[in-house]
Design a protein around this ligand. Structure first.
Ligand code: FE
Length: 351
């Protein structure tokens, strides 16, 4: 009898325990279902025309600091913008990172970015390096400047972009193709400064001085100077930096033109929050972090660029190229006048 009672009690106990276990398992299941939802809320998706090896260190640092999960795809600016446009409302992208104000402006004008107002971004990024309406923000700065052969050119012979059209440079000038957005932005900024007619004269004078047809990229242009095909050209500073890193004895140097006038043409790589961002606040927080003192060197140094935040010093290898007066014209002009620039270069015979 006693044994039966104990047995019944034992059975009851087991039943109670198993119900408790069921409840625990259910709670665990509910909890585990909630977990990804929590993580998802702080997930950020980036479309980047800046290459993976340049943005991965930033993403790693930000994730480690904040626990934010970041996924990204990289592609060239054109296909990335096409994709963003085609995806419309269904896009997963929260943030678009790309190079050249011309591309950023284009993305904004096509309605792919949304305006952001942030005291942090406005404090960290000078006004000429961001969209006045807040659709995009420059995050690193590059100069598009003159490069010359140290064997055949004295810096005193150089003065301005415009003067590269002087007779003294006949059959000595090398240019990259006019199809590249970097040159379209450069010409657009010249139009903003001088107007169409004068800029067209300048471009015609350059074309008349070309030593050979335009190159597909800045590196080939510099290699052609080294090979003696020409003596001067126009390139982005970081391409010069890459060559110099490979060969410190490079017989090339950078020249800072237009120091008495409008300053050196600069451009940016930058970012904007996509119009249909699912995580707008997360995207803004990441942008603000990218503009901060702790992230600016990570962003700029990886590609031998200049930080946009005036509080942050350039990497010593970059600073060694010397200081210069940059143009402070708003880079939105590079986008606004881009189609004018393309037509002008075509009229002037710049291919
Ligand atoms: Fe580039």
């Amino acid at each position: 009898m006693l044994i039966t009672v104990i047995n019944i009690n034992f059975k009851k106990e087991r039943l109670f325990m198993s119900k408790l276990l069921d409840k625990f398992m259910l709670a665990l299941l509910v909890f585990s279902m909630l977990l990804p939802a929590v993580a998802f809320a702080d997930e950020l998706v980036i479309y980047s025309a800046r290459k993976e090896h340049l943005i991965q260190p930033l993403i790693d640092a930000y994730s480690a600091e904040t626990g934010t999960e970041i996924s990204f795809i990289t592609d060239k600016a054109g296909p990335l913008l096409q994709r963003l446009k085609a995806e419309g409302k269904n896009t997963h992208a929260d943030l678009l990172i790309t190079v050249d104000a011309g591309n950023l402006w284009h993305a904004a004008s096509e309605g792919m970015l949304q305006p952001v107002s942030s005291a942090i971004l406005e404090r960290n990024i000078p006004i000429h390096l961001r969209d006045p309406a807040g659709h995009w923000f420059g995050l690193s700065e590059r100069a598009r400047t003159i490069v010359y052969s140290t064997e055949r050119v004295k810096p005193a012979e150089l003065s301005s972009y415009e003067a590269l059209g002087d007779k003294s440079w006949r059959h000595r000038l090398l240019l990259r193709t006019s199809k590249k957005v970097y040159n379209q932005s450069l010409i657009a900024m010249l139009i903003a400064e001088h107007g169409q007619a004068q800029t067209e004269q300048v471009v015609r004078s350059w074309v008349g001085n070309l030593a050979t047809s335009p190159f597909s990229n800045d590196t080939k242009l510099m290699e052609a100077i080294l090979a003696g095909q020409g003596d001067v050209g126009i390139v982005n500073t970081y391409y010069f930096g890459r060559l110099q890193k490979k060969n410190p004895e490079l017989k090339l140097a950078l020249f800072w033109p237009n120091q008495q006038t409008g300053g050196v043409h600069i451009n940016v790589s930058g970012a904007g929050v996509t119009r249909h961002a699912k995580n707008r606040s997360g995207a803004i927080r990441f942008l603000e972090w990218l503009s901060s003192e702790k992230a600016q060197n990570l962003f700029a140094d990886a590609n031998m660029e200049y930080p946009v935040n005036p509080q942050v010093k350039a990497h010593p290898a970059v600073a060694a190229w010397g200081s210069f007066k940059p143009s402070t014209q708003n880079l939105a002009d590079a986008g606004r006048l881009q189609s004018d620039a393309i037509m002008l270069m075509d009229r002037a015979g710049y291919r």
